[in-house]
Design a protein around this ligand. Structure first.
Ligand SMILES: [Zn+2]
Length: 202
């Protein structure tokens, strides 16, 4: 089984991907963002900090290397535009495979802004908090004693820029994939979202 999850930043994709990968025994292909952070490339950082998209060829090279010869896997934030979707289709077709399901975590902009701008991360251990849903015991302090900061990516203007990018480039994928699209209400609690996804996949 090959699955892709689509959703705006802050729609809870990461959490659902982990759950789905575990339950259905799928290899989790890291998102391009995670791959780029892992590599720490300076050119790439420039794109990420401003919410812009990294060139398609660069993304494809890295993601396809991760897919390698996996039979069952779940894609995370790739493809993100029509060009990438067609590139992926070609890559899979050459290996006699195809993307089986596309899950869309539908989440409104108001909810997204609320979720992301309240996110705080520990500079020391990387633990992520949310001032509303998962606040630290002590203000601006992690349980490890590290200072909590708001990542550049999580500031409202950057989030809005990422939402614009999502609407312009990623939303057209919903039409492209309409024959295998599963739409899920992403504003529900995490467990309910997962329940809905499992119901559709089984
Ligand atoms: Zn910490």
């Amino acid at each position: 089984m090959i699955i892709l999850i689509i959703g705006p930043p802050g729609s809870g994709k990461g959490t659902q991907i982990e759950k789905i990968a575990k339950k259905f025994k799928l290899k989790h292909i890291p998102s391009p963002g995670d791959l780029f952070r892992k590599i720490g490339d300076e050119e790439v950082k420039k794109y990420l900090s401003t919410g812009r998209l990294v060139p398609d060829e660069l993304v494809a090279k890295l993601v396809f290397k991760e897919i390698d010869d996996a039979e069952n896997f779940i894609l995370d934030s790739y493809p993100r535009n029509l060009n990438q979707a067609k590139t992926l289709d070609n890559f899979l077709a050459k290996r006699n495979k195809k993307l089986d399901y596309v899950i869309y975590l539908k989440t409104g902009e108001k909810e997204i802004i609320k979720r992301i701008t309240n996110r705080r991360v520990c500079v020391k251990c990387g633990k992520i908090y949310n001032l509303i849903t998962n606040p630290p015991k002590e203000d601006e302090k992690c349980e490890c004693g590290g200072k909590l900061i708001q990542r550049e990516d999580d500031k409202e203007e950057v989030v809005r820029a990422r939402m614009d990018v999502f609407r312009k480039y990623t939303e057209p994928l919903l039409e492209y994939y309409k024959d295998r699209l599963i739409v899920i209400d992403g504003e529900q609690p995490v467990d309910k979202v997962f329940e809905d996804i499992c119901e559709k996949l089984q």
